[in-house]
Design a protein around this ligand. Structure first.
Ligand code: GLP
Length: 251
């Protein structure tokens, strides 16, 4: 029988969550070496990549045949800068895991937006191979990718104006809060929902209120974009005990 409910995994701590999430990705690639991986940046995902790289070094998994597509990038961000998601991905995963740059796509925030949206769609759909597994974080606003709360959500790739809360939360990665870009290019919620499997990792007390809305009621609302995951066939939410407690979640 098909299970339409999100699966919730509560781990003892963030480190354990990273191991669980990395395990999903490793299993996928062990099963299908040519998998298409949807990847995420952000502070929470940071702990997942070293586990993947280590597994690769140990010969447990080989990433050389995968293709990857990242969720998003800030508009106006120079791909060569320290804060770019390309730099993040290259440093933490793509280069140490031996993934050829021609097989990895991180959107550019420097290109003409219309051209970049077309290229993004080409990477998502041009090879007739939908994403096999999508890694997600969640923003304090409840965003997935950079799909911010709004009256209406956008299904496809688009340019998104960022929430004040997101700008504030992400200012920790910049020298000056004014340096945080105000817009981003992102997969839409429809693109994310097309992934065969979704794994979302969250940690930290500041995520408690959105995690509560994601796990503890039956509402799907554009004011918490992550709640669309309640409609996905195979979505797993991985949180640690401390976040589960702050959110009031009980198994
Ligand atoms: C970032 C990214 C998201 C990420 C989320 C959570 O801004 N665009 O893809 O999942 O916000 O980030 P963090 O893990 O740093 O809280």
């Amino acid at each position: 029988m098909e299970d339409w409910n999100m699966k919730i995994i509560v781990t003892k701590d963030y480190e354990e969550s990273c191991k669980v999430v990395a395990g999903f990705l490793i299993q996928q690639v062990q099963k299908i070496p040519e998998s298409k991986l949807g990847l995420a940046t952000g502070g929470t995902a940071e702990g997942v990549y070293p586990i993947l790289v280590e597994a690769c070094r140990q010969g447990e998994v080989d990433f050389s045949k995968v293709t990857t597509v990242n969720l998003d990038e800030y508009e106006g961000m120079d791909p060569d800068s320290e804060q770019s998601y390309l730099t993040y991905m290259n440093k933490r995963f793509l280069i140490p895991a031996g993934i050829d740059s021609t097989k990895a796509y991180v959107p550019s925030g420097m290109n003409d937006p219309e051209k970049e949206i077309a290229l993004f769609n080409e990477k998502l759909y041009g090879d007739d191979h939908l994403i096999d597994i999508q890694l997600l974080g969640i923003g304090v606003s409840g965003h997935i990718g950079f799909n911010e709360p709004a009256e209406e959500l956008t299904a496809g790739v688009h340019i998104q104006k960022l929430d004040e809360g997101t700008i504030q939360a992400n200012s920790r990665f910049f020298e000056n809060p004014d340096d945080v870009p105000r817009e981003a290019i992102t997969m839409g919620v429809g693109d994310i929902m097309k992934a065969a499997k979704i794994v979302l990792i969250a940690t930290g007390e500041n995520k408690a209120s959105v995690i509560r809305k994601l796990l503890m009621d039956d509402q799907i609302t554009s004011s918490v974009p992550a709640t669309v995951l309640k409609m996905h066939r195979d979505a797993t939410i991985v949180i640690d005990k401390s976040l589960a407690e702050s959110a009031g979640w009980k198994d």
